[in-house]
Design a binder for this molecule. Structure first.
Ligand SMILES: [Fe+2]
Length: 303
């Protein structure tokens, strides 16, 4: 319902199948499920339990806080409303960051780890750090909306003429072609680095911030700020003592940042599920519900 709708089917520890809606609809980052993906999922059915990767009523409290009244008050914004037409009944709702964390940890080879989740927004959490041991994941700390690294990066994606919540990977690539000339200005206007905080709510973008700037330089600047803020979060995660890091959430798709972060040497082992974003949470919400490791064989999970 936001972006990257996806489904996964799990039987015990076996991942039977998982896929993106976009593969069936041919609409990139498609936010909605469609009949074709549902039909394929149902070939593994009937389902014993259906789990959804977000708590919709909790999300509505955040939407009300953010002034998104039409979204908050609309029943068509409820996931069950969308699934009714496919004859699917949701049995359980899992908190969004729990889905991310479980997607990472329960597909990892680790018996214990610290889990860092960073994304734009689910219900309220934008950053969470958990400690995992065996089958138990314990939440230790969070940063909440509107203080969001994902929203910050998406706002700059839009500022550079790209589509937010979709084309962040292009902004990341553009960063290599510019100079971080506006880094200080970003801190001055928007960001407190440690502990991470935004000075303004950027959910609706930046409008024409620095209209004279070369977008490559803006890209290099926000990439550099992102990496510095993430470095602080990795340091915070490392204080929990584990040498194993599970890194999750859509911001973990920024592979340029990941390389720099891994090179800090804070962890011996790092696991990022091949899709740490919201689509991967279709698997994660099942894992969070069942609370046990999945038998991860390889990234090819379906279509
Ligand atoms: Fe997310």
């Amino acid at each position: 319902m936001n972006h990257d709708a996806a489904m996964a089917v799990v039987d015990g520890r076996n991942i039977l199948w998982a896929a993106h809606a976009e593969r069936y609809s041919r609409i990139k980052n498609d936010q909605f499920l469609n009949q074709a993906i549902v039909d394929e999922a149902k070939t593994y059915g009937p389902f014993d339990k259906v789990v959804y990767y977000e708590k919709p009523l909790l999300k509505k409290t955040r939407q009300l806080y953010a002034g998104q009244y039409s979204d908050a008050l609309s029943y068509t914004e409820m996931p069950q409303w969308h699934l009714d037409r496919f004859g699917i009944k949701i049995d359980e709702y899992v908190k969004h960051h729990n889905s991310h964390a479980a997607a990472g940890y329960f597909t990892s080879p680790f018996k214990e780890a610290v889990i860092l989740t960073v994304d734009a927004i689910g219900e309220w959490d934008t950053v969470s750090i958990s400690v995992a041991k065996g089958n138990k994941i314990e939440l230790k700390e969070t940063i909440k909306y509107p203080h969001s690294l994902g929203i910050l990066y998406s706002a700059f994606t839009q500022r550079c003429g790209l589509k937010p919540a979709e084309e962040e990977y292009i902004l990341m690539g553009m960063a290599a072609y510019g100079e971080p000339k506006y880094k200080d200005d970003i801190y001055e206007d928007f960001v407190i680095q440690a502990p991470f905080k935004l000075k303004k709510n950027l959910h609706r973008g930046l409008s024409d911030w620095h209209p004279e700037a070369d977008v490559m330089d803006i890209a290099a600047s926000i990439q550099s700020v992102l990496e510095e803020c993430l470095a602080d979060l990795w340091h915070r995660a490392s204080k929990y003592g584990s040498r194993n890091l599970v890194y999750a959430g859509g911001v973990a798709l920024n592979c340029a940042a990941n390389t720099a972060l891994a090179n800090m040497g804070l962890f011996d082992n790092i696991w990022i599920i091949p899709n740490p974003g919201d689509a991967g949470s279709s698997l994660g919400c099942i894992a969070a519900s069942e609370q046990r490791h999945l038998d991860w064989k390889n990234p090819f999970l379906g279509h």
